[in-house]
Design a protein around this ligand. Structure first.
Ligand SMILES: Cc1cc2nc3c(=O)[nH]c(=O)nc-3n(C[C@H](O)[C@H](O)[C@H](O)COP(=O)(O)O)c2cc1C
Length: 204
């Protein structure tokens, strides 16, 4: 009788799981080489396929490629975050688009009434915009790691100041990403604990 191998426990192989999760850290030290800003569009074109509520896709990304834009991002950060952001070769602002529903013909074809529903409910729209952008940000972080890059997110920023300084109309800053090629030492210190599955997962 021929012996069959047991099915693998995971679809992703060990190297991919290490690169995306197990070995990936929120780095503050990076290799001394630039990151091509083009990688952000490439990453977007992968991460955009992750699911969002009603396919609304509210995340927007601002690549701070110029020295002026970098300075504006760093100036809007809390003082403790500034030296860390200085060390990141590429800074990207993750934002939400408060008028994401203007894209409804692409994102909800055949349902034009969805535009009016979001238009008449700014509070509900804001909640979807924030929550959806943060969800998509998770996809973007994993996609950046999939490109072999290291990334640290920063929520410690003056969002209103950064929005005013750098963002297109109707976009609102959420989080800054410091991105670079990995260095031998990520500089992020000891890995902090993670909530285990037997605490975080309940089966009923
Ligand atoms: C939404 C968000 C906001 C964060 N804000 C900051 C911040 O303001 N400053 C900072 O140094 N790190 C910030 N971090 C980084 C976290 O502290 C870090 O990802 C976490 O401790 C896990 O680290 P590890 O990936 O190296 O295990 C933030 C992370 C996220 C996801």
């Amino acid at each position: 009788m021929t012996q069959t191998n047991p099915a693998p426990a995971f679809t992703l192989d060990d190297a991919a799981r290490r690169a995306l999760f197990l070995d990936a850290r929120s780095a503050i030290a990076f290799a001394d080489r630039p990151v091509d800003p083009e990688v952000v569009s490439r990453v977007w074109d992968l991460a955009k396929w992750g699911p969002t509520s009603q396919n609304t896709q509210p995340l927007r990304l601002v690549v701070a490629a110029s020295q002026e834009a970098r300075s504006a991002v760093i100036a809007a950060a809390m003082p403790g975050n500034r030296p860390k952001l200085e060390r990141a070769p590429l800074l990207v602002v993750a934002a939400h688009d408060d008028r994401f529903h203007d894209h409804h013909e692409l994102t909800s074809p055949g349902f034009p009434e969805i535009h009016g529903r979001f238009e008449s409910d700014p509070a509900g729209r804001g909640a979807i915009a924030h929550g959806g952008a943060m969800l998509q940000l998770g996809y973007v972080i994993v996609a950046l790691r999939g490109e072999g890059l290291a990334v640290r997110p920063y929520g410690g920023i003056d969002r209103a100041a950064l929005t005013d300084a750098l963002l297109p109309e109707h976009w609102r800053a959420e989080v800054v990403l410091g991105i670079g090629h990995p260095a031998p030492d990520h500089g992020a210190g000891e890995r902090k604990g993670r909530i285990p599955a037997d605490t975080a997962v309940v089966t009923r």
